[in-house]
Design a protein around this ligand. Structure first.
Ligand code: GAR
Length: 193
């Protein structure tokens, strides 16, 4: 199963996926490309580090959604990589119908809360400020509804009294780094059946 990772930021989850592949924990999946919508995104440094093609794809003209010429460029890059699965790992753009239709049923997203609680931006901060005692992360299929597609799996973390936002975020990220590679490995095995 050929996997392409899309990201916008530091890429700690992409690193976890690539490390899982190195350790033989990614099932039959193989990462074949990393694409970022920000030219300075830390995720792009993982390409040379792990020997995977990585590059900036210009998302213009929009700031928060992927539509029009930028959408075309991403579709072309993913198709050129012959990806079977598109993994959104901190890709901070709303996908539009043409992209969704092109890769229908083959796009998954990681979100840092137990959906359907706390969709949208700053999910960890939202949960922290609400005072929940359990939060976590979710991997789900991507549909036209932002953070709304069918859930593949979730991992919970317990928030202890007195913890700072930074401590909670570190726990959620640690859970993400376990969950996302495990879901990809599972999907790669299901793809065979
Ligand atoms: C992750 O926490 C991921 O769940 C979140 O962005 C972070 C990316 O971190 N995604 C969203 O909030 C999407 N709505 P990373 O670049 O270190 O992997």
């Amino acid at each position: 199963m050929r996997v392409v990772i899309l990201g916008s930021g530091r890429g700690s989850n992409a690193a976890a996926i690539l490390q899982a592949q190195l350790d033989g924990r990614l099932g039959l999946a193989q990462v074949v490309g990393i694409f970022a919508d920000q030219p300075e995104a830390g995720i792009l440094a993982l390409g040379p580090r792990f020997g995977v093609p990585a590059g900036f794809v210009d998302p213009a003209p929009f700031k928060t959604k992927l539509e029009g010429p930028g959408e075309d460029r991403f579709i072309e890059a993913i198709q050129a990589a012959q990806a079977d699965l598109v993994v959104l790992a901190g890709f901070m753009r709303v996908l539009k119908p043409r992209f969704l239709a092109t890769f229908a049923g083959r796009i998954i997203n990681l979100h840092p809360s137990l959906l359907p609680s706390f969709p949208g931006l700053d999910a960890i901060g939202q949960a922290f400020r609400r005072g929940v005692s359990i939060s976590g992360c979710t991997v789900h299929y991507v549909t036209g509804e932002v953070d709304g597609g069918p859930i593949l799996d979730q991992q919970a973390v317990r928030l202890e009294p007195g913890e700072t936002l930074e401590q909670v975020a570190a726990k959620v990220h640690a859970a993400e780094h376990e969950l996302l590679p495990a879901v990809i490995a599972r999907l790669s095995r299901q793809a065979l059946t």
